[in-house]
Design a binder for this molecule. Structure first.
Ligand code: CMC
Length: 393
């Protein structure tokens, strides 16, 4: 390969150095700034974890208050953006709408294009973390034909999102604090995951000096695919298709048959060759949340657990070290909470915005960072002469 290393899919290329997230895929360990994901999920809140991921240290109470105020100040979006929504078909997928609307923020905040200025980088970070729940909830309201609901800055981050999703003007809506806490935990679990496809996309787009809003819109586009964030939606569809525990063995056979082209969604990971620690937290959380909602016997959870049990004892999955990943249990919890399937990946995008912005900031301030520009292995025709059209064929 001459001067270059041929590495399709970047299975062995480190594209950057980073101080944000550590993964040991063989051991199933995930740390943000040195803190384990299990401890953060148990003890932290999403905005506190966001502060940690962005700044490197857990905040003091004062620092956290200031950060939360900084973010909540930006929760509203420009009124004109409503008209942008109205240009989309009612049945448009929320991810399609989010790519457009988040990209369009770059037309509202030109000044944040000054990416060498730490103040503009900070404001762009606040704006994106603050506005993305508003935008995601608007996607849902638009699909439902319900009026948009303005953010409420007196509520915490997850409660405010539930409020914007489910409140209607004609009756009071009270956020269930247990559900809000469960959703906040889901946000924590999705906040960052080092150089996955969408984060690499954000870094690559950002490396050209493009608007951070455009870079995050590109990240949302990369996240949408079923091999990445779209898997949480695909898992619930798969569990629906399986329908009952007796049908699991036949489904597993179909997955093992490569000709079928069917993969077990929510299983397998480029980096984890062990149980994804996020899936472990979510499996516990699924039990808790479903018990609290009086859905202990939720049929999808029963199918998922049995599917996991059978797969983890099957030679095909053992040999290839395929384990449940973060998407395997998250959809079940979100669905039990009343969140429609079409919003699952949008929620992933909402939470991952923290990681995208932390990585974008780190990339911009890295003295070794250059424009992202991979090389290729050319396999096309050698040099040849142009042939006039009537002498071809
Ligand atoms: N079901 C069945 N077989 C699988 C699966 C699966 N889910 N995942 C991998 N394999 C097999 C694959 O066929 C291959 O077998 P062989 O060696 O015989 O050709 C082997 O395992 C290695 O797979 P790969 O495609 O080379 O692995 P990769 O690192 O390129 O892909 C992945 C990683 C996550 C894209 C893949 O495991 C997958 O498609 N999983 C299902 C989708 C999914 O759950 N995605 C979510 C990823 S986690 C968080 C996120 O980003 O959302």
């Amino acid at each position: 390969t001459g001067m270059f290393t041929y590495d399709p899919g970047f299975t062995s290329t480190a594209s950057c150095s980073s101080k944000i997230t550590f993964i040991d895929g063989d051991e199933g360990i995930l740390l943000h700034r040195g803190y384990s994901i299990e401890e953060l999920a148990k003890n932290s809140t999403f905005l506190e974890t966001a502060y940690l991921i962005l700044n490197g240290e857990l905040p003091t109470r004062e620092e956290l208050d200031k950060f939360v105020k900084g973010v909540t100040y930006h929760t509203m979006i420009h009124e004109q953006i409503q008209f942008l929504f109205r240009g989309f078909r009612r049945d448009a997928h929320p991810m399609a709408v989010m790519i457009g609307v988040v990209g369009a923020l770059s037309a509202f905040y030109y000044e944040d294009l000054d990416t060498d200025d730490p103040y503009h980088r900070m404001i762009a970070t606040y704006r994106l973390i603050a506005k993305i729940p508003t935008i995601a909830a608007m996607c849902y309201k638009y699909a439902m034909g319900q009026p948009f609901v303005y953010p409420r800055n007196d509520l915490d981050y997850a409660s405010n999102f539930l409020h914007m999703m489910f409140a209607v003007p004609c009756e009071p809506y009270h956020v269930n604090p247990v559900l809000a806490r469960a959703l906040d935990r889901i946000f924590i679990l999705h906040a960052d995951h080092e150089q996955n496809a969408s984060t690499s996309t954000v870094r690559l787009v950002g490396s050209t000096g493009a608007s951070p809003y455009a870079a995050v819109a590109a990240g949302i586009a990369a996240l949408w695919g079923p091999a990445h964030g779209g898997a949480n939606e695909a898992v619930v569809k798969m569990l629906e298709e399986i329908g009952s525990p007796e049908r699991i063995p036949a489904y597993i056979e179909k997955v093992k048959d490569k000709e079928s082209g069917v993969r077990l969604m929510g299983f397998g990971h480029r980096v984890y060759k062990n149980y994804d620690p996020r899936a472990g937290v979510l499996k516990e959380s699924a039990d808790e949340v479903l018990a609290m909602l009086g859905q202990k016997n939720n049929p999808k959870l029963a199918i998922a657990k049995e599917l996991e049990r059978i797969a983890l004892n099957d030679e095909y999955f053992i040999q290839r070290k395929l384990f449940p990943n973060v998407d395997f249990y998250s959809g079940i919890i979100l669905e039990a909470m009343g969140i429609p399937t079409m919003m699952f990946t949008a929620i992933f995008a909402l939470a991952r915005t923290v990681g995208w912005m932390a990585q974008w900031n780190e990339m911009i301030t890295d003295p070794e960072q250059k424009i992202g520009r991979p090389r290729q292995l050319y396999t096309g025709a050698p040099r040849r002469s142009y042939v006039p059209i009537d002498r071809r064929g």
